[in-house]
Design a protein around this ligand. Sequence first.
Ligand code: ATP
Ligand code: MG
Length: 490
Amino acid sequence: MVKKKGFEKLVVSAQSLGLDLSLLSHDAMLVVKGLQKKGFRAYLVGGCIRDLLLGKEPKDFDVSTDATPEQVHKIFNNSRIIGRRFKIVHVVYSGVIIEVTTFRSNQVAPKSVQKSTKNSTRVSAQSGMLIRDNVYGKNIVEDSQRRDFTINALYLDPIKQEIYDYNGGLYDLTQGVLDLIGDPDVRYSEDPVRMIRALRFSAKLGFKISKRSSDPIKRLSHKLLEVSNARMFEEVNKLFLTGHGYESFKVLCKYNLFTQLFPDTYGLIENKSYCNFIEFALKSSDQRFAENKRNMPHFLFSVILWNCFQRVLFGLRRNNDAMINPLDDDALVNLAFQSVFTNQDKVTDLPFAVTDNIKSLWRMQLLLQQYSENGPYSPDSLSVRNIFRASFDFLSLRAKFEPYLEPIVEFWSTFYKTSKALADKRHAANVAKRNKKQADIDEKKTKKKKGKAKKRPSEEGFEDESNLSEKRKAQLAKARAWRESMNLKN
Ligand code: ATP
Ligand code: MG
């Protein structure tokens, strides 16, 4: 039985822990071997070791090394250096990304190094949040202390087949405990996302959060507002779309963080029927995930914010009736939508395509209820819209809690099944879309070959902005901020 020994080094053979090395990613092994061959130290680290020891399939494989990002990049031509806050290297094998990080350290970089490059330092905001953390460490002892939880700081040398633990992670793994490395107040202030990660891993793994790691969460939760809203959008997706959404919801409510992530749900979360609706939806997306089906962010946000949208819309309609020049319903829907997303965007910056889909999906809820053979929204015209399938699924979900919708769902369900002409139309549209995509790819390849694509696209591959409308410029700025916060910027 492994004992918790704090910072004492623990070396355990992978075999004795029952770790099946044949489950290691072939690509990650290539990276480790490639680095070790050049004389660098390299280990598999983090979630992949944790998950393998728990008998789960790892989501991805991360490598930790003493080679600098530049050295890693030099070894692998299929790699790129990304990120600013954390400089890391992505080594890419036919679509699979192996993330390689250089050992980090708790020490403050010497002045000479700080001056040498603006990326080689650690920079904090006044709140304690780390804005940049690129002080490189000498070994895995130092590196392990920069990681978040003890169970995420296990290192495997796949060649020696040894696991290294300096923080009692193996012990915590046997106890089902999530314990932050270092002083929780400091570590949460450095990166408030660690609070969300604590709740996510607790939901995903069914682990308890140690008392010292859970105590500060409610007190420090306001610090989440300091995190870039693009990064928060990604974190919300990880919480709810990857098979443990229902558990995430429960644990977020327990720590009063749900309303922090979705401020407009304040006042709704105490409502039993709202919670039942969310729980039902999250259980079905967990089920979809288990069946290897994709869960889409627009559906998630549509579900969570639907009641907020309705609440605003009803209020607007009530006031509108008393107006001398009342607005039409489309305008009211737009206003309600703007109101909900002006608030939500402050926390999670949704890409334009996602908000656009949510708007269409919500608008379709109203239209699906108003269909009529001869009216402006005939079933034929509604059912060929892109968002129809998601809208229908959403309506079915609502009908579980709003029984008056049942006959409407019944109508659309029969219509969907029996309308072969529509099915053919949809199929033809999909084929055309695929062909167009292929034609675009072929055209690009040909252009590249002929050397015609001389004009470099503007910065980061975005389009030339000089002729763009203000709205498009704002969208591009949003997309750029998102890429940057997701470390997608070179
Ligand atoms: P999963 O991939 O299943 O979500 P993970 O633990 O692998 O879980 P990643 O986001 O892939 O999570 O990060 C890989 C490793 O990097 C983590 O296991 C942890 O050691 C370290 N890490 C990630 N994010 C942080 C953070 N915010 N603070 C400190 N260490 C982190
Ligand atoms: Mg991972």
